[in-house]
Ligand binder design. Structure first.
Ligand code: ADP
Ligand code: MG
Length: 479
């Protein structure tokens, strides 16, 4: 607590007594920013467990159900949470997360607290600690009903991942094990996983489908060790017919969790259970994960989701716009968004939702002017993101070429290929037209650029090292 403030509640004041409690919606906004940035899954697992007790002096008062949750959030999300709160209220100087009294319910849960399922006691609650794990039912409640195959828009960048996911959901045989989906944030990995789960549940309701984020897998594993109940933990996951683990990059360097993951994983594969795994990078790029795991991860099918192109972004926006009846989004607005918000689909959706929400609020139809107005900050951030110059510099550096060399007229493969990569990335990551890109590459014709784009699109299908180059460069540039 900061000194000098009128101390309304005394140093040990009770929860919410006399502090500014949630009346202005700032906690809800912080939660929604968190979801936007880290995804629904991380939200459900972590922030959604906290209670908000208001602002006391310059300190935001939160409560956590367990020490583990508190430490985890502080360590992994603390700085970003501070940013979010600070944006709400400039007076905020620090966060204080206290442990909730045993059995207490958060003062202002951001969402209803998941019910504990009495019939499926896992033993973790044995010593009165707060809910450390959830039953399958609760996990299924974590599946987003909006994330289905029907609502997934397919384009060149995600067609392989989509087809593989579909195949797994529709066939009774294990086709490839595991299916490893990877791609940058906000490109639809979680969406595809939920879609598989929904489809399998619809088609074969008796199948035991388990979906879990790697973060949560780890969290449950650590709790199981702490409460000496690793048996139930093993049983639970090994009973699955289909196990999906989202974002496995989280268990890199977490050795004991990795070990358990590996055993579960092997046991399941030996039982001919289907596994689906996602990560933000390819198996070979997963640093800090043991080689034997990496190599087994690559046994099945590895499908990557590339950054979206303009057409796909437009398709996604059109489909989302149709899902909201009664709100008319002009085509030029959709095109504008698809052109300007290129970072990822989550941000793209967020942008459209913001415009729609604003229009509904003020009761006026959506226009270009309104869109520009409402999205000023986002558009600027996306503008700042990548320029052709940056792309050229990064690509040249990546391939150890001099920039002038790459932009020269030389046709030697060692120079021409990186040049094509740079053109391809310029098309993918910026809103520049083909002629504009051509001009930036030493005054080349737009057909040359088009040829380069097609060439690279073609090559990545068979050349996995080029594919990795592209992924790395994209990550480097678009973050
Ligand atoms: P990831 O898990 O790869 O970070 P998500 O699956 O959470 O990304 O996707 C972020 C958001 O973008 C979700 O709301 C999802 O529905 C949407 N999205 C991503 N790709 C598509 C797509 N191809 N079609 C429709 N929506 C998509
Ligand atoms: Mg995800």
């Amino acid at each position: 607590m900061s000194e000098g403030e009128t101390d309304k509640m005394g140093a040990t004041g009770g929860i919410a007594a006399g502090v500014e409690t949630e009346t202005d919606g700032s906690w809800a906004r912080v939660c929604s920013k968190f979801k936007q940035e880290f995804g629904q899954q991380a939200y459900t697992t972590w922030l959604g467990q906290l209670g908000y007790n208001g602002l006391d002096g310059g300190t935001v008062e939160l409560t956590a159900p367990t020490k583990f949750v508190r430490d985890w959030i502080q360590r992994n999300y603390g700085p970003r949470l501070m940013d979010f709160f600070h944006a709400e209220d400039k007076r905020v100087k620090s966060l204080s997360i206290r442990l909730a009294a045993k059995g207490a319910v958060p003062a202002t849960p951001a969402q209803p607290v998941a019910r504990t399922n009495g019939t499926q006691a896992t033993g973790y609650q044995a010593n009165g600690a707060s809910k450390a794990t959830q039953s399958y039912d609760d996990e299924q409640a974590a599946l987003d009903p909006k994330y289905t195959f029907d609502s997934f828009v397919v384009g060149k960048s995600n067609e392989l991942a989509y087809a593989a996911a579909k195949r797994i959901a529709e066939s009774d045989e294990v086709s490839f094990n595991p299916l490893f989906l990877h791609g940058g944030v906000g490109l639809g990995k979680t969406h595809l996983m939920h879609a598989i789960a929904w489809e399998v549940k619809r088609r074969a309701p008796n199948k035991n489908v388990a979906y879990v984020s790697a973060e949560k897998f780890m969290f449950e594993f650590i709790s199981a060790i702490r409460y000496k109940d690793t048996h139930a933990f093993k049983q639970k996951f090994r009973a699955a017919d289909l196990l999906m683990v989202d974002d496995v990059q989280f268990i890199a360097n977490k050795n004991s969790t990795q070990e358990e993951f590996f055993h579960t994983f092997n046991a399941l594969i030996d039982n001919r259970c289907q596994l689906v795994i996602t990560a933000d990078r390819s198996p070979t790029d997963l640093e800090g994960i043991e080689d034997r795991i990496v190599s087994r991860l690559g046994w099945g099918l590895v499908a990557d989701i590339h950054p979206t192109d303009y057409e796909l972004r437009l398709g996604i926006l059109q489909s989302k716009a149709e899902q909201v009846p009664g709100v008319d989004v002009p085509v030029e607005v959709l095109e504008f968004l698809a052109k300007r918000i290129i970072s990822n689909v989550r941000e793209l959706e967020g942008a459209m939702n913001r415009v729609m929400a604003y229009a509904t609020l003020v009761g006026r139809p959506i226009t270009m002017e309104m869109t520009r107005d409402v999205l000023q900050d986002l558009i600027r951030a996306n503008d700042r993101k990548v320029t052709i110059d940056e792309i050229q510099r990064s690509v040249a550096e990546y391939y150890n070429l001099r920039l002038a060399e790459m932009l020269s007229q030389r046709r030697a493969r060692v120079i021409a290929r990186p040049r094509q990569v740079a053109m391809y990335l310029s098309k993918q990551l910026t809103a520049r037209s083909l002629p504009e890109i051509g001009r930036k590459f030493g005054g080349r014709d737009h057909t040359t650029v088009m040829h380069a784009v097609r060439k690279i699109e073609d090559l990545v299908k068979s050349d996995s090292s080029l594919d990795e180059d592209i992924t790395r460069l994209t990550r480097l540039l678009a973050g």
